[in-house]
Write a protein that binds this ligand. Structure first.
Ligand SMILES: *[C@@H]1O[C@H](CO)[C@@H](O)[C@H](O)[C@H]1NC(C)=O
Ligand SMILES: *[C@@H]1O[C@H](CO)[C@@H](O)[C@H](O)[C@H]1NC(C)=O
Length: 315
């Protein structure tokens, strides 16, 4: 079943109109508690978070959003930009929330839940720092040892605890890149990386061809993997980012004036050979729906808009 925001809004509006009519006729409708339980959907700034019990990994607690205190029931999982975790994993060993720079930057929660006897109880919780943050610029320097790189005047690092896309960074593992469904890619979906040194076998500079002037190409097609030669281009290995690449990225501001990136897309057109594997796919948008055989509910379809990094065979 899929309820659009519009449908929910119309239902809410109908209730508001109804409430006003009743109010006009009787003048005695209570201000709160006209129906119980009542659903709520908050998108707001996190003021505070508590953990009920530091020993139980599935313990709940509370989250305060724009001054509203919300109960987090035990067993609830929280969705972060790249991973899902238990509520207890949001806290360090002392019970302090692991939200870097809380109070200095906007940490935001999106929460769906129910108000039951006046108590707000969370059902779905999404947490991210600055949810609409979206930045762009040219890479101006890369430090292969630390993995830190400059996007014009900003110092950034891939938040990569496993070192999937370059040097390991373990300081803030909750706000990680996605190491399995790559969140560090070319615009065509091909995974890209920060070299660990000039001859890193997992991110070799030789996997980024140059033009006749010695400049790194920003659009090229990989060879058929069956025809790969030693030291040549290899579509099974990531392609290194280099100084001059234009990147779009989102991350978490952490102490030290550093942005720990969980999503990066480079303005590169990297393709794989026609009719060969691997073929990388990136999804721009997806909508999921469950069809129910009830003609009175809105019927939606599952659709996605995706891009595949392979050159289609000519018909
Ligand atoms: C917090 O812990 C107490 C005592 O262990 C328990 O009664 C209560 O239900 C817990 N609350 C949540 C939200 O888990
Ligand atoms: C470069 O980095 C890779 C991956 O960490 C490592 O295996 C290799 O030994 C390094 N090479 C040099 C020359 O340091």
């Amino acid at each position: 079943m899929f309820f659009s925001l519009r449908a929910l809004f119309q239902r809410a509006l109908a209730l508001v109109v109804l409430a006003n009519v009743v109010h006009c006729q009787t003048q005695t409708v209570a201000q709160t508690g006209t129906y119980d339980p009542s659903p709520f959907n908050f998108i707001g700034t996190i003021d505070a978070m508590t953990l009920n019990n530091t020993v139980d990994p599935l313990a709940g607690g509370t989250i305060t959003v724009n001054g509203f205190l919300i109960t987090v029931p035990k067993n609830l999982l929280v969705t972060l930009p790249s991973i899902t975790c238990a509520w207890s994993e949001m806290f360090d060993a002392t019970g302090a929330p692991q939200l870097p720079l809380l109070g200095q930057v906007s940490w935001e929660a999106t929460i769906w839940g129910n108000e039951v006897h006046g108590e707000l109880i969370a059902g779905l919780v999404f947490i991210v720092q600055e949810s609409v943050q979206f930045l762009q610029g040219f890479i101006t320097a890369i430090d292969y040892t630390t993995g830190h790189f400059m996007v014009e005047n900003t110092e950034v690092v891939l938040n990569d605890p496993l070192g999937r896309f370059g040097p390991v960074y373990t300081d803030n593992p909750l706000w990680t890149v996605d190491p399995d469904n790559p969140s560090v890619t070319a615009a065509t979906g091909y995974p890209v990386c920060i070299p660990r040194n000039t001859t890193d076998p997992e991110c070799p500079l030789t996997n980024r061809p140059k033009d006749s002037d010695g400049l790194y190409l920003t659009a090229f097609t990989m060879p058929d993997p069956a025809l790969v030669t030693a030291g040549g281009l290899d579509p099974r290995i990531m392609v290194p980012l280099v100084v001059g690449d234009y990147v779009t990225y989102s991350g978490t501001k952490v102490p030290g004036d550093l942005l720990a990136i969980y999503f990066l897309q480079a303005n590169l057109g990297i393709y794989t050979a026609p009719g060969t594997k691997p073929a990388y796919i990136t999804c721009a948008a997806a909508q999921y729906a469950i069809v129910v055989p009830d003609p009175t509910v809105e019927v939606d379809e599952t659709r996605s808009c995706s891009f595949a990094a392979f050159v289609l065979l000519q018909p």
